[in-house]
Ligand binder design. Structure first.
Ligand SMILES: *Cc1c(COP(=O)(O)O)cnc(C)c1O
Length: 233
C-alpha cells in the first residue's frame, strides 16, 4: 500500500509542477514517519523515499539507532532545549528553530559533536494562537543576523505550517508570505534556498507557491494511531 501511495503522490506532485511550470526535481519529498515503525520506513525507502521526518526526539533516536544514516532524517517538531543533543545527533535538518535560545543551543551541541547543523527557521504565517514559530518579520531578520555568528549552524531556509482551515486562500496566503519573506531575506544578503511547506492536505497549494520540501505523512503511511507510544515502535 505504501508503494502505491508514494507512486500516486509523486504523480500528483509531478502534475502540479507541470501545471505551474516548475521542475519536479527541485522538490524534496519528506515522508513524515512519526507513529510508524521501521518496517513502514523501509517499505517507503524501497519505494524511492530517502528523506524521513520525525517530530519527537525519543522516537527519532530509536529509529536512528536502528537505521542510522541509511536514510536522511529531518526533525520537524517542537524542540525542547534538553532534547537538542538528540536532534543534532540524528537529524541532517532541523526544521523547527523558533527562537535564538534554541539556535544557540543547537550551535553548542553541534560544536560538541563536530558537526555543521543544517536548520530552517520556523515562521508563524497565520494568526492561530496554537502555532509555534517566529511571529514577526523583525524576529526572523534578527535571528538570521545572529545566526551568522554561529559557526556550527548552516541556515538553509524557512519552514511553516499552514492554518488549519478549509479556506484555500488563507492557506495560500500563508505559504505565499513565507516565500516573500525568503525573497526579502535573500535581497538582504542571505542565501536561503529551502521552503519547507505543504503536508497531505495542502501540498498542491504549497507546490504552486514555491515549496522545495514537502512534509507528507498520512498520504504515504495512512492514518496515524496517536495512542501508540514511541516505545512500541
Ligand atoms: C505530522 C506533520 C506533518 C505531516 O502531516 P500529514 O498531514 O500526515 O501529511 C508535516 N509537518 C509537521 C510539522 C508535522 O508534525
Amino acid at each position: 500500500m505504501i508503494y502505491e501511495n508514494i507512486n500516486k503522490l509523486k504523480a500528483e506532485i509531478e502534475k502540479t509542477c507541470y501545471e505551474c511550470g516548475r521542475d519536479f526535481t527541485e522538490i524534496k519529498l519528506i515522508a513524515v514517519s512519526k507513529y510508524f515503525g521501521i518496517n513502514e520506513i523501509l517499505e517507503a525507502n524501497r519505494s524511492g523515499i530517502e528523506d524521513f521526518g520525525e517530530n519527537r526526539a525519543q522516537e527519532l533516536v530509536l529509529k536512528f539507532d536502528k537505521l542510522g544514516n541509511a536514510v536522511i532524517w529531518h526533525f520537524i517538531g517542537t524542540l525542547q532545549k534538553n532534547k537538542v543533543k538528540y536532534a543534532v545527533r540524528c537529524a541532517e535538518f532541523i526544521h523547527s528553530v523558533d527562537s535564538l535560545d534554541l539556535l544557540i543551543e543547537i550551535d553548542k551541541r553541534a560544536r560538541l559533536q563536530n558537526k555543521i547543523q543544517k536548520v530552517l527557521f520556523e515562521v508563524k504565517t497565520s494568526y492561530e494562537d496554537t502555532k509555534s514559530g517566529l511571529a514577526t518579520e523583525e524576529e526572523v531578520f534578527e535571528i538570521a543576523e545572529e545566526s551568522k555568528k554561529l559557526s556550527n549552524i548552516n541556515v538553509v531556509g524557512l519552514m511553516t505550517i499552514s492554518p488549519l482551515t478549509d479556506d484555500e486562500n488563507l492557506i495560500r496566503n500563508s505559504f505565499r508570505s513565507l516565500r516573500i519573506l525568503k525573497e526579502k531575506l535573500n535581497h538582504n544578503g542571505f542565501n536561503y534556498k529551502e521552503l519547507s511547506m505543504g503536508m497531505t492536505s495542502d501540498f498542491k497549494i504549497a507546490v504552486q507557491e514555491g515549496s522545495t520540501m514537502l512534509r507528507i505523512g498520512s498520504a504515504i503511511f495512512g492514518e496515524r494511531d496517536y495512542n501508540k507510544d514511541w516505545r512500541q515502535i
